[in-house]
Unconditional design. Sequence first.
Length: 281
Amino acid sequence: MDCQAIREQLIDYLYRELPPEEWVRIEEHLLGCRECQQELVALQRVTATLDQWQVPEPTRGLVERTLARLRAEVIGVSSLGGGAEVSPATPFLALALGGLAAGASLGLTAHLTPHQGTSLALAALGILWAVLYGGMFLAALGSWAPVKHLASVALLAGGLAILLTPVLSIPEVVEACSALLGRAKGSVVLNVLLFVVGGLYTAVPLLVAHRIRGQQPGPVFPSQGLASGLLYLVLVAPVFYLQCAALALGVGATWMAGAIVGVLAGGPAGLWLAGHRAAHA
């Protein structure tokens, strides 16, 4: 076996996912090939780091506390338009729109993973998605201007990301990156590329959504950009779960780490770009 073929199987060799005879052939090759030995050592370091690292989960109630802080920052400002009455039918409309959006999103994305869950699991995911969408539509249809704006940005960014998923799914992007570099999954260079691409994958829809919606009314605070990113992350979390379930643990963790960084950076950056555009309009 040549070195390229060996390196493409190193991750499977490392996790002992190869047939015994294949594992022995690679073992024999490694004994006499210094370059492949170095590749294996680098791969072992990366996988050891990724295996020990856990993606930090948002603290409980983070979104609620962020929105509460926004309310405290802008309360009493007359330009917010917070005194408008909300129709009693608004919650029912929000739930209906949430159900339709959840059904459409699930229809676009449920088939993308080769390891689909049971019908019951997908139904539970659909219900969760409907609740998330319903809450977002309720905020977007409400009377408090800053939350309306942030929720509409999150809905627009989430919609863009989900619409692009059938033609640009995460597993396909991972395979394209691997083919582009000619590196086995788990290599250092490939992991760096996946981290960057994962960040762009989540940040670009946020930037586009902020540009389309423009600057929000009233005072603008940096925390509002972060809030838009977190609301967007809440909406796209189910589709990330469906797709990343098909990836190896190390690859999925690297992608998700980049995606979280993209969300945290994309929200504030999009808010700044919208304000910069409005100031120079």
